[in-house]
Write a new protein. Structure first.
Length: 398
């Protein structure tokens, strides 16, 4: 498969979504993975409504036995329910009523409340399983977010930390500029709340699923599963990772200091000039990806985010082999052309401060700002100066 991009930034060949990653269509005999699929589909037919897709991303079919897949699926269903009937385990701080509003088929309810909000608003791109592989996903660049590992690019939290709810709310309200993610600001507040709760649900469930694969498949754990162990080591830590940033905001959330005055042409020009020096310095490493001119033409021309990095092999042949194990084809990451003035995480001064300070999670964009007890590559004032320079490239003078 050719993963090169055409000059206009679009893939030169149509991309199709592989609904069964790791399925090799060539052999005519039933592979273990085909048998597994048939067994799971048969089980699904006995239950009403759709089921969550098992997260087999990047896994060869022979690496998961039918018994292991069945144990993982049954554990997840017992803990979290189904797309139509979500569950919340004791000790997991999720609002079940909000989840019920977001999940299930599209319908009304007594009192005029909408139900099935996720399928109405989000499923076309993000998929019923929240895996970012909805019906339109293969045609989008960038791909929709896979919610299952709980990594989100545009946050105010520091590296390795889940977003706070305001980060996700901001994305829903404003959308993501330059992508297919629209603004949902027109939705009632309670519907926004329900969708945010469902995203957290996908994250807690998805991290628990990764834990189960690690324990059952990678570590060849004993079956049947120890439910108390799954709760203590899988579910509760996954849930806690979502609520920790809210509790420890002072440590884990970057709070931009006041913007230095740029109220005169002289002050603004001085800040922009200092920002340009910092941008071009080897210490900041901005030019490696965005280029000396800020046009996105840096020396590191072949970049991938964490969702696509695993799809890249050492050779083109190996990349083609790996494609069988993923739902969506490999997609290259393109650094932002700063002259366009379109910033996916938001274009206000504070938005840009956050991007420079904490970076963009899941991508090569690093954090340049300081954290409590840890000096950054740039001081708070220097981050603001880089922001002023970046804004000047996009044509902003205020």
């Amino acid at each position: 498969m050719n993963d090169a991009l055409a000059p206009n930034g679009l893939n030169p060949e149509p991309r199709t979504l592989n609904p069964f990653p790791a399925l090799n269509p060539e052999p005519r005999t039933l592979t273990p993975f085909v048998c597994l699929l048939l067994a799971l589909l048969a089980a699904g037919c006995r239950r009403a409504g759709p089921q969550f897709r098992l997260n087999m991303e990047g896994r060869p079919p022979e690496s998961v036995s039918q018994q292991q897949a069945k144990a993982i699926t049954e554990a997840l269903t017992g803990l979290f329910g189904t797309p139509d009937e979500p569950k919340v385990s004791t000790g997991v701080d999720l609002d079940l009523e909000l989840l019920r509003r977001a999940s299930g088929p599209i319908a009304g309810a007594p009192g005029g409340q909408e139900r099935g909000l996720f399928r109405r608003q989000c499923v076309t791109c993000h998929g019923v399983s929240g895996d970012g592989a909805g019906p339109t996903a293969a045609e989008l660049d960038p791909y929709p977010r896979d919610f299952r590992n709980g990594v989100f690019k545009y946050t105010s939290t520091r590296g390795g930390v889940k977003p706070i709810m305001m980060d996700l709310r901001r994305t829903l309200y404003r959308g993501v500029a330059g992508t297919a993610m629209p603004s949902f600001a027109q939705l009632p507040e309670e519907e926004i709340d329900a969708l945010l709760e469902y995203v957290k649900y996908f994250g807690v469930r998805g991290q628990t699923e990764l834990y189960l694969f690690q324990m059952v498949v990678d570590d060849d754990g004993a079956l049947p599963l120890d439910q108390s162990q799954v709760m203590e080591e899988g579910v509760l830590p996954a849930a806690q990772s979502w609520f920790e940033p809210e509790r420890r905001r002072a440590e884990l959330v970057a709070k931009p200091p006041p913007r230095p005055p740029t109220d005169t042409p002289e002050r603004l020009a001085t800040s922009i000039a200092k920002g340009r020096e910092l941008y071009l310095s080897t210490n900041s490493q901005c030019t490696k990806c965005h280029g000396p001119e800020g046009n996105g033409q840096g020396e590191q021309s072949e970049l991938y985010d964490d969702w696509n990095k695993r799809k890249k092999g050492e050779t083109p042949e190996r990349t083609a082999e790996l494609a069988r194990f993923f739902t969506l084809p490999i997609e290259r990451l393109r650094p932002r052309n700063l002259h366009e003035g379109v910033f996916r995480g938001g274009g206000t001064p504070i938005d840009l401060y956050r991007r420079v300070c904490v970076g963009i999670k899941g991508t090569p964009m690093p954090a340049a700002g300081s954290a409590p007890g840890v000096p950054g590559v740039l001081s708070d004032e220097e981050v603001w100066q880089v922001v002023e320079y970046v804004r000047s490239l996009g044509g902003s003078r205020q």
